[in-house]
Design a protein around this ligand. Structure first.
Ligand SMILES: C[S@@+](CC[C@H](N)C(=O)[O-])C[C@H]1O[C@@H](n2cnc3c(N)ncnc32)[C@H](O)[C@@H]1O
Length: 464
């Protein structure tokens, strides 16, 4: 990989992206933008595709690319195509930083079609790119989001944009303004998620194709999922906009099968609002706060320190202390870490990192500290649901539900990353407490045969 994020789009994906544009240009000259054009594969495939539809159109292609050699190649490829197919193609090639160029201002409300595979990566704070973007009121932290937003502003009304980018934009607060602006000025018509992360050769990245239409309001979104190639689709669902987009933060759910709506649900967030639980990420960071190994140092005052490795996924409980050598089991108390310790009768703990390949994306265990009075330290790689009172059946029911397929599905739909954030947890739709209690009575059945939990839940709750 080069420093400028140069991953060229495979030809089959470029062809598929080109096929997503609808053929209804408003004039005889079709204006196309390909920002971060590389060798021009995307605009090449788009023009090839359009030329099959009609031979009366003329094309004006605008390319932005900072790599001079790649840009020259893009121009010569497009010229070759024009002469091979006898097309009238005007090429404007800018060897410039797309995000910093003042020239883009001339293209406001200009393009019919925009096709892009932009660079990925953080925009350094204080950089010229960042300053220029702030001048344009583009407040995003990733290059790809800046490319897509700036491009979307250059689209005509009813103009179409097809991008391939990481799928991290679908949720989380750092992309909220990005989603808000896109959805305010148009609609997402299609999302195509690739399950396989090896789309661009050596680099592992979960990517997604988006088709966006400017100034048009659509009530449904086509959602497709495939492995590493566009075809065959593993699922192809037309979902209603209200099922896909959460109005509160514009987050997007990748609904890849008909949604099972269970009866009597509420959000985990509302359980927190009711005061029954407190939900947070473990406040202790091992390298900052003193930890000592299993051979407890008698001289210092210590408390149990719980890590993800203490999760016992056979009994859905916490295995502490671990007898292995060199495993820290305790946190040494100090004035600085005192405020980070917690005590409560019951906790449900959830791992903060989940792998994309895991079938069950959420892993939760029940933790009943032996001595309730004693404080406990939770590591930063754990999320915690702390129960304020002795609601054992509710906590068991919650732990079972969090390990069920219902939650795995919800998480896959709402999250584009491996990290499980508290903001994701708060959105989970869970059974109401009285229903959790009923589910919790099956705890020992669940411990013996975890797979039955999905059926138990379905039978207790029923479908709306
Ligand atoms: C992920 S590659 C994709 C290239 C091409 N669009 C494709 O699909 O094969 C992104 C391209 O953006 C270019 N690039 C990176 N930063 C840029 C910037 N600020 N302005 C214009 N181009 C940029 C890189 O040189 C690279 O060729």
């Amino acid at each position: 990989m080069s420093k400028i994020g140069q991953y060229f789009t495979p030809d089959n994906i470029a062809g598929y992206m080109a096929s997503l544009f609808s053929i209804s240009p408003s004039g005889d000259t079709i204006r196309i933008l390909d920002p971060g054009a590389g060798k021009g594969i995307l605009s090449y495939r788009l023009i090839s595709r359009l030329s099959v539809e009609s031979n009366s159109w003329e094309y004006e292609v605008t390319l932005y690319e900072i790599d001079k050699d790649a840009l020259e190649k893009a121009v010569s490829n497009l010229r070759e195509l024009a002469s091979k197919l006898n097309l009238n193609v005007t090429i404007r090639a800018f060897c410039q930083d797309f995000l910093k160029s003042d020239g883009v201002n001339q293209f406001d409300d200009y393009f019919d079609y925009i096709i892009l595979n932009p660079p990925y990566g953080k925009i350094p704070m204080g950089s010229d790119q960042k300053k220029k973007l702030l001048d344009r009121n583009i407040r995003v932290s990733n290059l790809y989001a800046a490319f897509v937003l700036l491009s979307s502003r250059l689209l005509k009304g009813s103009g179409e944009l097809v991008s391939i980018t990481p799928r991290s934009f679908i949720n989380g607060t750092s992309f909220k303004l990005y989603r808000k602006e896109l959805l305010h000025h148009g609609s997402i018509e299609l999302l195509h998620s690739f399950k396989n992360r090896k789309i661009f050769g050596s680099v592992l990245q979960e990517v997604m194709i988006m088709k966006y239409v400017k100034d048009v309001e659509l009530n449904s979104i086509q959602i497709r999922v495939s492995d590493s190639k566009p075809y065959p689709f593993e699922s192809d669902t037309l979902a209603s906009k209200e099922d896909v987009i959460d109005d509160s933060d514009f987050s997007i759910k990748i609904i890849d099968k008909p949604i099972i709506k269970l009866k009597e649900t509420t959000s985990l967030g509302s359980l927190q609002i009711s005061g029954a639980v407190d939900i947070y990420t473990g406040p202790v960071v091992a390298f900052r706060d003193a930890v000592i190994p299993a051979s407890k140092d008698k001289k210092s005052e210590v408390v149990p320190y719980i890590f993800p490795r203490n999760f016992d996924m056979i009994n859905y409980s916490v295995n502490w202390p671990l007898e292995m050598a060199n495993k820290e089991n305790f946190l040494v108390l100090s004035n600085s870490n005192l405020a980070k310790l917690r005590n409560a009768p019951i906790f449900v703990l959830i791992k903060r990192f989940s792998s994309m390949e895991q079938k069950k994306r959420i892993q939760a265990v029940l933790y009943l500290p032996e001595t309730y009075q004693k404080k406990v330290a939770f590591d930063n790689k754990i999320n915690v649901v702390e129960f304020k009172s002795w609601e054992l059946l509710v906590a068991r029911g919650l732990c079972m539900f969090l390990n069920s397929v219902h939650i795995s599905d919800q998480f896959r739909q709402i999250s584009g990353s491996t990290q499980v954030n508290v903001s994701d947890l708060l959105k989970f739709q869970i059974p109401k407490p009285q229903v959790l209690k009923k589910i919790g009575t099956f705890w020992t059945v669940f411990q013996k045969e975890p797979a039955v939990v999905d059926k138990i839940i379905f039978e207790i709750m029923g479908e709306v």
